[in-house]
Design a protein around this ligand. Structure first.
Ligand code: 48F
Length: 251
């Protein structure tokens, strides 16, 4: 066994993936629940899609359940998404299903990758490409470069659509706000699970030509309530964005 062959295998495989994913139908930013569900459905629908996730791990806010009690709750309307991913759950009482947070995060990542989505972890989206008043891609850099504040230029990925699935901070939409291309973002409202869940789905959509928002980012843009450890709204939001984008890609 030669060490250098191991290195060559990694470098060649990684850069083949990177080259293949420099031109996408959809670039999803953030591998939390809404981003993974969106990417999964897009890939199933035949779109070329990659997720860029700044952390090492995928799953965003799934892993810790609530206060580190690693269970998540899903309501009736979103149970079909647990079924679609093959995630097990127990009925707590009518309409409230409880799933293991580790199983949700791990299974979702696995099924998303197997659906054909390339996930680039440890890659931060630091800006957007905007051409002729339309978002046309993402600007990426290594997370350690961003963390250490090194002066290193990024790379560009072309995409027909970008999805901001970055959660509470709505980090991608903030790039447009900073340039005066979008109104200021009020941030999420106070806790109200029922309203937060409903509005997460309603707030999901195209917020600037070529840019979609999902999940908590969608609520942050509208000042809608947070909802804590209930995840159905995140799943339904991801699926809604995917279905709308697939329709637009057909045109
Ligand atoms: O926060 P997150 O899980 O987003 P979500 O899909 O789900 C929210 C829930 O987890 C939970 C909740 C449900 O009750 O409220 O909070 O809306 O995942 C967002 C992901 O985006 C990554 C971040 O590391 C996380 O994994 N992310 C954030 N900014 C960037 C990014 C960036 N600039 N580039 C790449 N990834």
């Amino acid at each position: 066994m030669r060490d250098v062959e191991i290195s060559k295998a990694i470098v060649e495989a990684y850069f083949n993936d990177l080259i293949e994913n420099l031109q996408l139908d959809v670039a999803v930013v953030g591998a939390g629940p809404s981003g993974m569900v969106a990417a999964y459905h897009l890939a199933k629908g035949g779109a070329k899609v990659a997720i860029f996730e700044k952390k090492l791990s995928t799953g965003g806010g799934i892993w810790g359940g609530a206060m580190g009690f690693n269970k998540v709750v899903v309501q009736e309307e979103a149970k079909s998404i647990l079924d679609e991913f093959g995630i097990s759950y127990k009925e707590f009482e009518k309409g409230y299903y409880v799933a293991d947070a580790v199983e949700v995060a791990a299974t979702m990542a696995s099924r998303t990758v197997k659906a054909g989505v390339k996930i680039f972890n440890m890659v931060e989206v630091e800006d957007l490409v905007v051409k002729n008043n339309r978002v046309a891609g993402v600007v990426i850099n290594w997370t350690p470069v961003k963390m250490t504040n090194l002066h290193v230029d990024p790379l560009t990925v072309e995409a027909k659509f970008v999805i901001d699935s970055t959660g509470h901070g709505a980090m991608v939409s903030q790039f447009l706000v900073r340039r005066g291309l979008m109104e200021g973002i009020p941030g999420e409202g106070a806790m109200w699970a029922e309203m937060g869940e409903k509005l997460t789905v309603e707030n999901t959509g195209e917020v600037y030509p070529g840019l979609y928002v999902t999940g908590m980012a969608a609520n942050a843009l509208k000042g809608s309530p947070r909802m804590g450890p209930i995840f159905g709204g995140m799943f339904l939001s991801g699926r809604k964005a995917a279905m709308e984008i697939l329709e637009k890609l057909k045109k």
